[in-house]
Design a protein around this ligand. Structure first.
Ligand SMILES: [Zn+2]
Ligand SMILES: [Zn+2]
Length: 283
């Protein structure tokens, strides 16, 4: 059974209408498909979806759900940023959006000297500027702060699904800033898995780095997937598609890897709740 719980459209930073993604998902035989565009961040207005578009986004998904009800199950979600004192899955506009479930993520770590939240996903020179100006050039302190924010999210406002747990590695593909095998890095991840387990959240295996060939493979790395599986944390494979042709991008590789790690089931949303289903075979 093919599913995807994390994907975007032109309502945030994706390309194409929601229906373009659905048509592609139908061509590929998906059983369910979820829209989870980036949620608006009203107080800061830094999100890629304006608050004014949120109602139209919800209405469009509701209409597609009806129009396609005999062909595919459609779910409504948002990828919700965690920004302390600003935004989380329990913010009023998220709670009133009528979502089936939430996808939570940290994309910003503290603030640049001018007060703007610092997106660690920005390419150079913004990436190193953030490490220099916020963390005195200490990338370890920055990474530990990222994982601390994830834990704060999981303890205070846990989402149903945690997106790309180690997204912080995005600009470190060549290991210029830190070594993922360093004991301090592994400890930060383990502590975050503790929080994830405590929150009862699902850990996403995000394939975006696989089909974009960004040098990082899956988010999170396979050793983290193995640790999560050993702890009994529920797993789920998502493409984080920003273009219709990517709805199942990297799935074959991710499913193969999960099987190698002894994972036989993923946790997916059906009508009304999450449950385990057998890992699909794509290759
Ligand atoms: Zn994200
Ligand atoms: Zn996303």
């Amino acid at each position: 059974m093919l599913t995807n719980h994390h994907a975007h459209t032109r309502y945030s930073d994706g390309i194409g209408e929601p229906e373009d993604y659905l048509r592609q998902a139908l061509r590929e035989g998906f059983a369910t498909y979820t829209f989870s565009d980036h949620a608006p961040i009203p107080p800061e207005d830094i999100g890629s979806m304006p608050l004014a578009d949120l109602a139209a986004y919800g209405n469009e998904i509701d209409n597609l759900r009806v129009a396609y009800h005999d062909r595919i199950r459609i779910f409504k979600s948002l990828e919700v940023d965690f920004l302390p004192d600003v935004m989380n899955v329990n913010s009023p506009h998220i709670r009133s959006a009528g979502l089936d479930f939430t996808v939570g993520a940290v994309h910003y770590v503290d603030r640049l000297p001018d007060g703007r939240p610092w997106s660690f996903q920005q390419p150079e020179p913004v990436f190193s500027r953030g490490i220099d100006t916020i963390f005195g050039g200490d990338s370890r302190r920055m990474v530990e702060r990222y994982y601390a924010l994830l834990r704060e999210m999981l303890v205070t406002h846990p989402p149903d699904i945690v997106a790309h747990l180690d997204r912080i590695k995005r600009r470190n593909a060549t290991g210029d800033y830190w070594d993922e095998n360093a004991p301090w890095y592994r400890a930060a991840v383990e502590e975050t898995l503790d929080a994830l387990q405590g929150a009862g959240a699902i850990m996403e295996v995000n394939t975006r780095g696989v089909y974009l060939n960004d040098g990082n493979g899956m988010y999170p790395s396979s050793w983290i997937v193995a640790r999560a599986h050993a702890r009994g944390i529920p797993l789920q494979v998502n493409s984080d598609a920003h273009r219709p042709e990517h709805v199942s991008g990297g799935f074959a590789e991710a499913y193969r890897l999960l099987r190698e790690l002894g994972v036989n089931a993923v946790t997916v949303y059906m009508d009304g709740g999450f449950g385990e289903t057998e890992l699909p075979v794509l290759d």
